[in-house]
Design a binder for this molecule. Structure first.
Ligand SMILES: NC(=O)c1ccc[n+]([C@@H]2O[C@H](COP(=O)([O-])OP(=O)(O)OC[C@H]3O[C@@H](n4cnc5c(N)ncnc54)[C@H](OP(=O)(O)O)[C@@H]3O)[C@@H](O)[C@H]2O)c1
Length: 341
């Protein structure tokens, strides 16, 4: 992607839900960004959100925002089943896109996004904000530098209690399930550490009566030798943790996915036997770092950290894990197979 001559990007939000205020704060912190518009299916909701956050324009339909020449980049914070569709529509409207994770629910959808992105010359990236945090960049650097010895194992957990009965995250028609909501975090981390696609996966899950997983455990084998395992869930108290185990040392992260930008610096600890060495990392707003990364890709022509190729591999892996757990539970597959493993 060649750089543009613009100096400021104008952002618009589709879906003013729970996560959208994070993006408001992130764009406000970006020297080369301005939040210009928000769209809701309900005009009143859009107006309220705009008034609360000092946004100049509000729209009562997503299409109207996409038609606005005042918007360069669209942030898509809709339920999972709408991600691919609105990413494609935004690209077709000439916008760049930051779409919340997971970018899509099938590899075919990612392939369509890639094709439209190439045809329109617009960039689409998947919103895994945590990969932009210095603690993750440092962890990947340490693991790949050989500081842990030969890489053996990645362990990850991400769970919380989901207590809203009508939440799209527990709706099987809206891409629900803990794997797709939070399991995708440790899965993407393991892929970043191994730096390749897994060649085998295994999984078990507890599914509810509608076939949505409430607790999920998965395993990945990478051709280079790294093994990974993770759990995710909607039925246990807040837990998040990552561990990278090497032949010489183990790196442990206590808040790898949602470290508080205003809180104490995240804990990154290097264990050699019983000796623990803290690894210093800064506290940052990882959503702002995510916005900066896409801004640089659009304005300066740099490569986005979460390229579509990586996202394609993520979706293929999630589909395979989902299939594996369903087969083990005697349930039919929910989505087309990835065709990759
Ligand atoms: N990166 C992160 O830290 C993070 C954190 C939380 C969530 N997420 C991701 O962000 C996305 C949104 O999550 P959220 O927690 O903000 O969700 P949410 O509060 O449920 O908001 C989603 C928004 O989507 C719109 N929408 C459009 N069609 C809908 C439908 N059929 N059902 C329900 N809502 C619909 C609604 O806005 P209108 O009706 O007003 O248009 C709603 O406000 C999800 O994909 C999730 O995975 C990311």
């Amino acid at each position: 992607m060649s750089p543009t001559t613009a100096t400021t990007l104008h952002w618009g939000i589709l879906g003013p839900g729970r996560i959208a205020p994070r993006l408001v704060r992130a764009v406000a912190a970006c020297a080369r960004g301005e939040l210009t518009a928000v769209a809701s299916r309900d005009a009143g909701r859009a107006t309220d959100f705009a008034a609360r956050h000092g946004i100049a324009r509000s729209f009562g339909s997503y299409d109207d925002l996409l038609a606005s020449p005042e918007v360069d980049v669209v942030y898509i914070s809709l339920p999972n089943h709408l991600h691919a569709e609105w990413t494609i529509r935004a690209l077709e409207a000439g916008k760049h896109v930051l779409c919340e994770k997971p970018l899509a629910l099938s590899v075919d959808q990612v392939d369509e996004i890639v094709a439209v992105s190439e045809r329109t010359g617009r960039i689409a990236v998947e919103g895994f904000m945590y990969v932009h945090h210095p603690q993750i960049l440092r962890a990947v650097e340490l693991a790949r530098s050989g500081a842990l010895g030969r890489l053996e194992l990645v362990n990850g957990s991400f769970s919380f209690f989901l207590s809203y009965p009508d939440d799209p995250r527990i709706d099987p028609t809206k891409g629900g399930g803990s794997l797709w909501d939070v399991g995708c975090y440790p899965v993407t981390f393991a892929r970043r550490i191994a730096d390749e696609m897994p060649d085998r996966v295994a999984a078990f899950a507890r599914f509810d009566e509608r076939g949505v997983d409430r607790t999920f455990i998965g395993q990945l084998r990478f051709p280079g030798g790294v093994l990974a395992q993770f759990d995710s869930g909607f039925a246990a108290p807040d837990r998040e943790r990552l561990e990278v185990v090497g032949s010489d040392a183990t790196l442990v992260m206590g808040s790898p996915f949602l470290p508080e930008p205003e809180g104490p610096p995240p804990t990154l600890t290097l264990w050699r036997g019983r000796d623990a060495t803290p690894v210093a990392v800064a506290s940052v707003d990882q959503y702002a770092a995510e916005v900066d990364d896409l801004t640089a890709a659009i304005l300066d022509g740099t490569s986005p950290r979460m390229g579509l190729d990586f996202s394609r591999g993520t979706i293929a892996t999630l589909v395979d894990l989902d299939d594996a757990a369903r087969i083990n539970a005697g349930l039919p597959r929910r989505r087309p197979t990835s065709g990759l493993t």
